[in-house]
Design a protein around this ligand. Structure first.
Ligand code: SF4
Length: 497
């Protein structure tokens, strides 16, 4: 999300009689989980009286909420900080604040190496955005504690992994030792940066898994879930304000509730949310493969409002590569699990993602992955090129692959998927679906653009609308019955009926 997102709006309380209201501009980088953090910080700022602006050149304070997942994300974060620093050097901005994952990784270094940065705010201290932006004091929560959402429970796996050093930042120069443990709740103000008809809800934060390529646990801390009632209350409020589609997110949504002893917590939560009248589509992302229970699948199958959509990042399919990744599983296990998903949830849309070029990935392991992709026939698939992360266990592994070879493998795998996708999209031609209209196409103003339940926001292909009955004026945020008329590799064309 860049500053020019016209959707950033707020209705702040105006408590600025004694001093002019600060104009704050936001740049949010990275994943939807980071976007929710940005929305929370914008909500806190707006409640404290700040005015949010989508234009960097108008802002008194610019906040860059960064991503630090892989090296390219770190580079993009640094480039954006430097670009925004330009508005301080000779521009209107008086303050530049850096927030998010990059702060958890390089807190001291950011301050030292980029002198334009006035303050940093880590992922565990979102309320400090008020002091950092010079807008006010941190909000004192209802129970009077300075951190209302301190984690009281954690999963036994989390304790065990902590004892094994999974969350240690010792090798990271410039990072502080304390792990984040913040988690917002339904009483925390949020300014949605998504269109008014859809929203993300973060149901959990942090991760306890041992994946050797990943530093998210060190960046985000131990897994912790939001209270069940808090998620439901937030969903009800969003639905009341006009949101029709909710996407549940977290580093691992399928562990939801385990830290407070809830079994099948995600299934129970989905079931409860499906009872909210004004919601039309509910989905969740980031399922962990061995956490997909029969009850979860039954729940998806039973409720029309819960999209028949699963996002299960598998990362690889070769058992030996998965073992080095400390993920477990393999092609056979995954194929059985996929068959069960498709059996239980008719017309399931399945998304996954893989990492290619993991240290020591042999040609044979890569071929196993290619064969698996051909057989599994995913609807959507992403492929990441492995990138070394200091602090991740894989950093110390031998047999690193040359970047050119990693890129060759990435392209090869995506070429296989492109053919699968083309065939699958072709099979949809002539079928009818409910379409949620997003508005004018971002690619051309001659077309409209929308999504069916088979398309998660922002990550999947698009449905372009090139025809609708003369008597209607299609409105963004409304649902229309449509028929698919054309298919491309990833995108579809439809007419509104
Ligand atoms: S489950 Fe996801 S967030 Fe957690 S360690 Fe593995 S890759 Fe990272």
């Amino acid at each position: 999300m860049k500053l020019d997102r016209s959707t950033i709006t707020a209705s702040p309380q105006d408590n600025s009689r004694t001093r002019p209201r600060q104009k704050v501009g936001f740049v949010s980088l990275g994943c939807p989980k980071n976007l929710v953090d940005s929305e929370v910080m914008m909500g806190l700022l707006a409640r404290a009286g700040a005015e949010l602006t989508p234009r960097a050149e108008e802002a008194d304070v610019i906040v860059v909420n960064t991503c630090s997942f892989i090296e390219s994300a770190q580079q993009e974060s640094v480039n954006t900080i430097l670009e925004m620093a330009g508005h301080k050097n000779g521009g209107k901005a008086k303050k530049l604040v850096v927030a998010g994952c990059l702060v958890e990784r390089f807190r001291d270094q950011i301050r030292k190496d980029i002198p334009e940065v006035d303050a940093v705010v880590g992922t565990g201290e979102l309320e400090n955005i008020l002091v950092a932006a010079g807008v006010g004091a941190p909000h004192v929560p209802r129970n009077g504690s300075s951190s209302p959402l301190v984690v009281l429970n954690s999963r036994p796996e989390g304790h065990a992994r902590a004892a094994q050093g999974r969350f240690s930042r010792e090798s990271w120069e410039g990072a502080v030792a304390d792990l984040p443990n913040y988690l917002y709740d339904d009483a925390t103000p949020r300014v949605l940066a998504t269109p008014a008809h859809r929203a993300y809800i973060k149901i959990a934060e942090g991760c306890d898994h041992p994946c050797t390529f990943c530093i998210i646990p060190q960046l985000r801390g131990q897994f912790r879930s939001r209270r069940f009632e808090s998620v439901v209350a937030e969903a009800e409020r969003l639905a009341h304000s006009g949101v029709r589609e909710i996407t549940l997110i977290g580093q691992d949504t399928t562990c939801y509730g385990e830290d407070f002893g809830l079994k099948d917590g995600l299934a129970l939560l989905l079931e409860k949310l499906a009872g909210i009248d004004d919601l039309r589509w509910i989905r969740f992302l980031y399922a962990y493969p061995n956490k997909i229970t029969g009850k979860l699948l039954d729940t998806i199958a039973r409720h029309e409002k819960i999209c028949s959509y699963m996002d299960v990042p598998l990362q690889h399919a070769s058992p030996s590569a998965l073992k080095r990744m400390k993920r477990g599983g393999g092609a056979d296990v995954f194929l059985r699990s996929i068959a069960k998903m498709r059996r239980t949830v008719p017309d399931l849309t399945l998304r996954t993602s893989f990492i290619v070029g993991f240290p020591g990935e042999t040609e044979k392991e890569f071929e196993e992955l290619c064969d698996f992709v051909r057989e599994a026939q995913f609807d959507w698939m992403g492929t990441f090129a492995y990138s070394d992360q200091e602090g991740a266990a894989a950093f110390g592994l031998e047999k690193k692959l040359p970047p050119r070879e990693i890129e060759r493998r990435r392209k090869h795998l995506m070429a296989i998927q492109r053919q699968i996708s083309r065939k699958k999209k072709k099979a949809l031609v002539g079928q009818e679906y409910d379409l949620l209209l997003e508005g004018e196409s971002e690619d051309t103003d001659l077309l409209l653009e929308g999504r069916t339940a088979r398309h998660a926001p922002e990550i999947d292909g698009k449905v372009f609308v090139n025809d609708f009955p003369e008597e209607i004026t299609p409105q963004p945020g409304c649902f229309y019955r449509c028929q698919i008329t054309e298919a491309h590799d990833y995108d579809l064309v439809a007419k509104i009926l």
